[in-house]
Design a protein around this ligand. Structure first.
Ligand SMILES: *Cc1c(COP(=O)(O)O)cnc(C)c1O
Length: 416
C-alpha cells in the first residue's frame, strides 16, 4: 500500500518526539499555507472576492488561526469562546461568520456587538434575536434543502438534520426581514461532511443559486453573498484522492454565469466555511508504543487514547498509521489501542502495520481537524500538547499539555 506523507523526515520526527515527549499533535505550517493559497486561488474568478471562513471547531488554536488570517481567511464560529478566539487573533467584524445552532441569547448579542455576520438557523430566531438582541443590518439564513438534496454518509439526510430553514420558512423569513427594514442579505447551506465527490459541491451551488434567484424575483432582495458551507473531504485513506478544487470552482463559475449574472445578481460574492480540508491533512498525532499484547488478537498499545483523537472510535473513521523506522519490518494484523477503560478506544482494528515494539514511535495521520479539538478528559486523561513545525524547520510549542492541576482547576477542595 502507498505510504502517506510525513511533515518532515522520520529521523527529525523521532528527534522531536524525544525532545518534547509524546503524545502530541504536530501541524505543518508550510503545507497549511500552500494549501490555503491553492484553495483561494482556485476561486479567484469570483466577483467581489472569495473568502473561506475557517471553521474554528476543526482546529481552535490561535496560532493556526493567525496563519489562516494571514492567508486571507476569516473565521466561522459557533460559540462565544470561538468568537473570542477569533477576536484574539485579530479576525473581526464581517470576517467572522457566526453559524450557530440552539444558540443562547447572550451569544447572539455578543456576535452582533462584534459586527459578525449572523447566520440564523430557523425562522423563529428572527423573533428571538429581535427580542433578546437586535436584528443586525446584515442577516444570513441557513437553508436545509430537505429532500431536494441527497445527504452524504457522514452527515445523513438533510431532512433528518437539525440544521437550517425549510424552503417555505426560508422564503417567509426573507419576506419578514425585508418588511423589518433589513437591507443586506446572505444565504447559506451546509449539507455535506467529508465529501470527496467534487460534483456534490457544484450541485450544492446550483441549489443555493436557484434560491438566490427566486428570492430576488419574489422580494427584490439582492444577496451580497452565498455561503456554500464546508464539507470538502480529505483523502484519509492512501488510495483516496483529494477533491479537485479547480473542477469545483469551474463548475460553480459556469452556474454563476448561467443563473446569477442573468438574474441581475452579478457581483454576488461566494464564500465557504471549510475546516477539515484546510488543516486536516497537515496534522499528525505522534505517539509511542507502550505495550504489545498477544491474546486472542494482537494489540499494540499507545500512549495516546481516543481522548486525543476520537474519530476512529466515534464513527469508525480511518486514520492512516505509520510506524517510524519500520518501513522494512515484517507486517502484521493488529488492533492499535489507547488506554481508556472503553473497549472502543482503538485507533485501528484489524489493521496491517509493521511489527511495532514498545518504544517505537507511531504516527497517526490527518489529525489536523477534529483531532485535538474533540479531545476530552474521560478517565482523567490529560489533553496533549500541540506543536507547530515552522517553514524554517523550527518547532514551536503552540499549546502545552494539560497538567493534573488543570484537571482539578474547576474543583473546590476547600469545601470537602
Ligand atoms: C463543521 C462545520 C463546517 C466545517 O465543516 P468541514 O467539514 O470541516 O469543512 C462549516 N460550517 C458549519 C456550519 C459546520 O458546522
Amino acid at each position: 500500500m502507498a505510504e502517506k506523507n510525513l511533515p518532515c523526515s522520520e529521523e527529525k520526527l523521532q528527534q522531536i518526539a524525544k525532545e518534547y515527549g509524546t503524545p502530541f499533535h504536530i501541524y505543518d505550517e508550510k503545507a497549511i499555507r500552500e494549501n490555503a493559497k491553492k484553495f483561494i486561488k482556485a476561486f479567484d474568478w469570483v466577483p467581489g472576492g472569495f473568502k473561506n471562513y475557517f471553521a474554528v471547531k476543526a482546529l481552535p488554536n490561535p496560532h493556526i488561526m493567525k496563519i489562516l488570517k494571514d492567508e486571507g481567511m476569516g473565521a466561522d464560529c459557533s460559540s462565544l469562546p470561538e468568537l473570542v478566539l477569533a477576536k484574539t487573533v485579530g479576525i473581526t467584524d464581517e470576517d467572522i461568520m457566526f453559524t450557530s445552532n440552539d444558540t443562547p441569547a447572550h451569544e447572539y448579542r455578543e456576535a452582533i456587538k462584534m459586527g459578525a455576520i449572523v447566520n440564523l438557523d430557523d425562522i423563529s430566531h428572527i423573533n428571538f434575536i429581535e427580542k433578546y438582541a437586535e436584528i443586525p443590518e446584515l442577516v444570513c439564513f441557513r437553508y436545509n434543502p430537505g429532500n431536494k438534496k441527497k445527504g452524504n454518509k457522514l452527515i445523513g439526510n438533510p431532512e433528518d438534520a437539525k440544521y437550517g430553514f425549510t424552503y417555505e420558512d426560508l422564503l417567509e423569513g426573507y419576506r419578514i426581514l425585508k418588511e423589518k427594514g433589513v437591507k443586506r442579505f446572505g444565504l447559506h447551506t451546509m449539507v455535506a461532511s467529508n465529501e470527496l465527490n467534487p460534483e456534490y459541491f457544484v450541485e450544492t451551488a446550483k441549489i443555493v443559486f436557484d434560491i438566490a434567484v427566486e428570492v430576488k424575483e419574489k422580494f427584490d432582495i439582492n444577496f451580497e453573498f452565498v455561503n456554500l458551507g464546508g464539507g470538502i473531504g480529505i483523502p484519509y485513506k492512501p488510495e483516496d484522492s483529494p477533491v479537485d478544487l479547480n473542477f469545483v470552482s469551474q463548475g460553480i463559475k459556469s452556474l454563476y454565469e448561467e443563473t446569477i449574472v442573468p438574474a441581475g445578481l452579478a457581483g454576488m460574492r461566494i464564500v465557504m466555511e471549510c475546516g477539515r480540508m484546510v488543516t486536516g491533512p497537515y496534522g499528525y498525532l505522534v505517539t509511542t508504543v507502550l505495550h504489545r499484547k498477544e491474546t486472542y488478537k494482537k494489540f499494540v498499545g499507545l500512549d495516546a487514547t481516543m481522548a486525543n483523537l476520537m474519530r476512529p472510535a466515534l464513527y469508525g473513521a480511518y486514520h492512516h498509521i505509520t510506524v517510524l523506522g519500520k518501513a522494512a519490518a515484517e507486517k502484521e494484523i493488529c488492533d492499535v489501542t489507547g488506554s481508556l477503560c472503553e473497549n472502543n478506544d482503538k485507533f485501528a482494528v484489524d489493521r496491517e502495520i509493521p511489527h511495532a515494539e514498545p518504544g517505537d514511535i507511531v504516527v497517526i495521520h490527518d489529525t489536523g481537524a477534529h483531532g485535538h479539538a474533540m479531545g476530552f478528559n474521560y478517565n482523567a486523561k490529560l489533553r496533549s500538547k500541540e506543536l507547530l513545525l515552522k517553514p524554517n524547520g523550527n518547532i514551536k510549542l503552540i499549546r502545552r499539555a494539560e497538567t493534573i492541576e488543570d484537571y482539578f482547576a474547576t474543583l473546590d477542595f476547600t469545601t470537602l
